[in-house]
Design a protein. Structure first.
Length: 187
């Protein structure tokens, strides 16, 4: 059963990765770099500050920092535990896929997907009642993580697992934030 899932994951990766072209490689290399998302992060920080004030913004940033540290460390533990080769390093497929970027680390599961989904989930739940159409925030992890497939660094299963992990722990951190927020910032 696991072999069938891995085979389907590889086939889907080959299809999605094959949709790319050299024309767009620069765009996806730009998208995959976390620091290039700084304008979005600054805009989010400004919106958060305007909606919940300075003290709660600082408090929220502390929670996001802990969340990202946690998801990043767990992702690395899982990667080193499973040791799944990245598509770009997989000798069974790396001769016929598009490799735009290569990494030596392992593939399962995507830290980009986990971290971006964790942060987006947490921020969404904190601000969903204060900002109309805030669900569009989830376009960020979708685009950000797809770049990893495009570049040849992750299988779709790595991305989906990262999304699920990130959403779950982003929601748990939100619940913890709610509990402590009510204690320190009563309405």
């Amino acid at each position: 059963m696991l072999d069938k899932i891995l085979s389907l994951d590889t086939q889907l990766f080959v299809f999605l990765n094959g949709l790319g072209s050299e024309t767009f490689d620069g765009l996806w290399l730009f998208i995959t770099k976390q620091s290039n998302w700084t304008p979005l992060f600054l805009l989010l920080l400004y919106v958060i500050y305007r909606k919940i004030g300075g003290k709660q913004t600082v408090y929220m940033i502390l929670f996001i920092a802990v969340l990202l540290f946690f998801t990043d460390q767990i992702t690395n533990l899982v990667k080193n535990g499973f040791q799944r080769l990245r598509p770009c390093n997989n000798p069974e497929i790396n001769s016929f896929i598009r490799i735009v970027q290569a990494r030596k680390s392992f593939s399962f599961f995507s830290g980009h997907a986990a971290n971006s989904m964790a942060a987006a989930t947490f921020i969404y739940f904190v601000l969903r009642e204060k900002i109309q159409y805030f669900g569009f925030l989830f376009l960020w992890p979708l685009i950000f993580a797809y770049s990893r497939i495009y570049l040849g660094l992750h299988y779709p299963g790595d991305i989906i697992t990262g999304y699920l992990f990130g959403a779950f722990f982003g929601f748990l951190m939100f619940k913890l934030y709610q509990i402590t927020q009510n204690k320190y910032f009563p309405v």
